[in-house]
Design a protein around this ligand. Structure first.
Ligand code: PXP
Length: 254
């Protein structure tokens, strides 16, 4: 079984483009909670949101409501900081994905450097696990980062697929896929759940799935929200779910 986590950050990006610092009593569009509900109904298996330090899209109010009303898991992407750990312990999402964060970036640019900072991150994982929150580390497909993700006690890794998605030539793509294949096997061998995401879209997802084993969840946002402009969010989610179900015959996590 392969799961889709829909990242709805960009529904909030659209809202914030018009309604930054909106006041109580307004009903700013698009309604992010309604978007999550619609995605849930259309077959998304989880909703992912990134509560950024600069609050450029998702706001705390979104996390507060989503953590209460969803019947599918909420995956909170966040920086590995004490302030964000306090938020996670307060809102109690089912899952936290630890990501690197840099205010200047347009989107998350690289994987978390777990290996160089593993003692500090391990303490964060312990706190989150203590509150029964499952922890994932968003990492590059790099053996040292996978090994460190295991060392800190994370339950999952999310392989950063941005490098793969941005390759221009078939040769470079093949190389990336081989790297991801090895990383997935390593992570699975260490008992980690293997997720992947960033830059996956309707044209590359099947190639990725056919090449990389043991995948549990794909977290996809931009492509689905973009497609939703033309076909509606429910249809955009359903199309991605259908593509993921017709994946190649690769061994799966469960
Ligand atoms: N996973 C992580 C950790 C991310 O930071 C993002 C982007 O916010 C995604 C998945 C989804 O990426 P995309 O929007 O390119 O599908």
């Amino acid at each position: 079984m392969l799961y889709l986590g829909l990242n709805i950050d960009h529904a909030a990006t659209l809202r914030e483009a018009r309604y930054r610092n909106w006041k109580k009593g307004l009903s700013p569009e698009p309604n992010v909670v309604d978007a999550a509900r619609m995605a849930q109904k259309a077959g998304a298996d989880a909703i992912t949101v990134h509560l950024r330090e600069d609050r450029r899209h998702i706001q705390e109010a979104d996390v507060r409501v989503l953590s209460r009303i969803l019947s599918i898991p909420l995956n909170l992407e966040m920086a590995a900081t004490a302030a964000m750990v306090r938020k996670a312990l307060f809102y109690r999402p089912e899952e936290v994905c630890l990501v690197p964060e840099n205010r200047q970036e347009v989107t998350t640019e690289g994987g978390l450097k777990v290996a160089g900072d593993w003692r500090r991150i391990k303490a964060i994982v312990k706190k989150l696990n203590g509150a029964k929150i499952k922890v994932s580390a968003f990492v590059d497909a790099d053996p040292a980062q996978i090994e460190a993700s295991h060392r800190i006690g994370a339950q999952c890794v999310e392989l950063h697929t941005g490098g793969y998605a941005n390759t221009a030539t078939q040769r470079a793509r093949r190389k990336e896929l081989d790297r991801h294949c090895r990383a997935a096997m390593q992570a699975h061998g260490l008992g980690l759940q293997v997720n992947a995401g960033h830059g996956l879209h309707y044209s590359n997802v099947r190639e990725y799935l056919a090449a990389v084993p043991h995948l549990h969840t794909l977290n996809i946002g931009h492509a689905i929200l973009s497609r939703a402009i033309f076909v509606g969010l429910g249809a955009a989610v359903a199309e991605m779910v259908a593509l993921m179900q017709t994946q190649g015959n690769v061994p799966n996590a469960d």
